[in-house]
Design a protein around this ligand. Structure first.
Ligand code: C2O
Ligand code: CU
Length: 462
């Protein structure tokens, strides 16, 4: 069953889009639809009362979803899209029992987390969890931050249809905000891919044109009501297969990126979230309603003409001035110097017309496995010779971005997913401290599916 809900969804969006020049009121104007009330995705129940362990059960299953007032067939974790938010504290053990009630294999990959290889959910040398089977993932959460989970088998289709959720690892040394909003951005549009005929469910917009509309945690143009005078922590995640969200709002205060707190507060004009990217911000709520929008951004080269799309709004309740920002324990730190050598190079090439996407001239799974000794400290060049942008992602590790296009990073930048623009060289510093065979790929899922994926082996010390 395919979703033809687009027109209705667009109406929802139009109703919530601010008009730039106020026009004289005409009595014939239709009554605007009411924006849906924003609610965070429900959190997973902790099945183990002991401290230091978060134990949850997730069921991957096919479901009928209600999106924008329409019924759509999709995949879900425990009946919800986004899946249950997993909230733990740094140092906790995460235990997840996954039951696969789909008719196909699946896995869970812990995006951005330095989990041991056997728990990584990648199917290079590991079997997926078969239909009807159960698998237990268990490992220690060593770093605080905003991470996410999704399948890494039949990935393009399963993520697109709704299998994704946020994993929040809290650091007790950080101050507590008055409220937290979990914003999971997914694109929504009628698929143009003939191969997907009859596949049904959530579809994607292929990243060239801005999605219309964006879903924010499953809702179209929702409105979050929060008390005036409160500090709201926003956790942002782009799970779309191919679309970039270039998110902004007045007074944007970014506090974190993929791998936890930034060295210091930043006030950029927007936050670019490539597929797979995360960020965090604090919103100081005063008397003004705030609208979060996404500027038009194409994987074919960045900012494109077009009006910003409304993502959601935050409406203050009551009256109070905007509070001061929180006292975040900024880690500080200085960026590593770039060096005049390269230990590993990844050259991205491809052709949108053939759908063939290569790294170093190879398409997955016919790849040369590159090996690094355990604990090696290496410099990596990622060079994009293709006509589109690509978010580069390595499993099981984070890395420092030391320069972009020859320009040294102005601050210490630690990521696990980083966008590479057309004809750009990125320079990364990687400490290979987690043994295993790690998928290294573009996070535009149709590109990964088309072969833009390779394997980096970090040797065991033994
Ligand atoms: Cu989100 Cu290979 O990962
Ligand atoms: Cu790509």
């Amino acid at each position: 069953m395919r979703c033809y809900a687009i027109t209705t969804l667009a109406l929802f969006l139009v109703a919530c889009t601010p008009t730039s020049d106020p026009e004289p009121e005409t009595p014939t104007e239709p009554t605007p639809a009411v924006a849906p009330v924003f609610v965070n995705p429900a959190e997973a129940e902790d099945l183990d009362p002991a401290a230091g362990i978060l134990s949850v059960r997730l069921v991957a299953e096919e479901v009928e979803l209600q999106i924008g007032g329409e019924s759509v067939s999709g995949f879900a974790y425990s009946g919800q899209v986004p899946g249950p938010t997993l909230r733990a504290t740094v140092g906790d053990t995460l235990r997840v029992e996954l039951e696969n009630r789909l008719t196909v294999g699946t896995t869970i990959h812990w995006h951005g987390v330095d989990a041991p290889y056997a728990m990584d959910g990648a199917t290079w040398q590991l079997d997926p969890v078969g239909p009807g089977e159960t698998f237990v993932y268990e490992f220690i959460l060593g770093e605080a931050g905003t991470f996410w989970y999704h399948p890494h088998f039949d990935t393009e289709r399963q993520v697109d249809r709704g299998l994704y959720g946020m994993l929040i690892v809290e650091d007790p040394s950080e101050p507590e905000a008055d409220a937290e909003l979990v914003l999971v951005f997914d694109d929504w549009g009628e698929s143009t891919d003939p191969d997907e005929e009859g596949d049904g469910g959530a579809t994607h917009s292929h990243g060239a044109a801005p999605p219309d509309p964006w879903l924010v945690s499953g809702l179209v143009g929702p409105d979050a009501v929060v008390p005036a005078g409160s500090v709201v922590r926003l956790r942002l995640l782009n799970v779309s297969n191919a679309a970039y969200a270039d998110v902004s709002w007045p007074g944007l205060r970014q506090i974190a990126t993929d791998q936890g707190l930034l060295p210091a507060l930043e006030e950029p004009s927007s936050i670019l979230l490539a597929p797979g990217d995360r960020a965090e911000a604090e919103l100081l709520v005063g008397a003004e309603r705030v609208e979060l929008t996404s500027s038009a951004y194409s994987l074919n080269g960045g900012a494109t003409p077009g009006d910003p799309t409304l993502l959601m709004s935050v409406t203050p309740e009551g009256e109070a001035d905007a509070p001061a920002g929180l006292d975040w324990p900024w880690p500080g730190g200085t960026p590593s110097d770039d060096v005049p050598w390269t230990d590993l190079i990844y050259v991205f090439q491809g052709d949108p017309l053939t759908g063939q996407w290569l790294i170093n001239g190879e398409t997955y799974p016919d790849v040369t496995v590159r090996e690094l000794p355990l604990n090696s400290d290496v410099y990596v060049t990622v060079r994009n010779l293709s006509p589109t942008e690509h978010p580069f992602h390595i499993h099981g590790h984070s890395f420092e971005v030391v320069s972009v296009g020859g320009v040294p990073s102005p601050r210490r930048t630690v990521e696990d997913t980083v966008n590479v623009r057309i004809r750009e060289d990125l320079r990364l510093r990687l400490i290979a401290d987690n043994p295993g065979d790690w998928m290294t790929h573009c996070h535009i899922l149709p590109h990964a599916h088309g072969g833009m994926m390779t394997v980096l082996r970090v040797l065991d010390a033994r």
